[in-house]
Design a binder for this molecule. Sequence first.
Ligand SMILES: [Mg+2]
Length: 122
Amino acid sequence: MKVMVVDDEKDVELLFRQYFRKEIQQKTIEFLFALSGEDALDKLHAMQQPPEIVVILSDINMPGMNGLQLLQLVKREFPAIKVSMITAYSNQYHDAAREFGADHFYTKPLDFSTLKEEIFKG
Ligand SMILES: [Mg+2]
């Protein structure tokens, strides 16, 4: 299963690689990382179409395109991809994210056991 993580904080990649080490080794999951919404869209466009990405986990607060804008663009162009939001601010964007079709909403610091469960549950 391919999962794209979009966050302007570089450390996020390390966290995911640590918490999903076993699954990555077993190839039950493959991560792609993007550091901005623009980067994420570029990567999606560069893939074989439709992209094999099952879910995108995106930060909301990022320089340039924010996560809510990315969510809307992805839902419009790649409706099969699930998009979940990650943010340090708990409720501020919840309603907007729901309205734009976000599948899950995670707050930082990430609870990786819940995240893992929901990723595999779909
Ligand atoms: Mg951020």
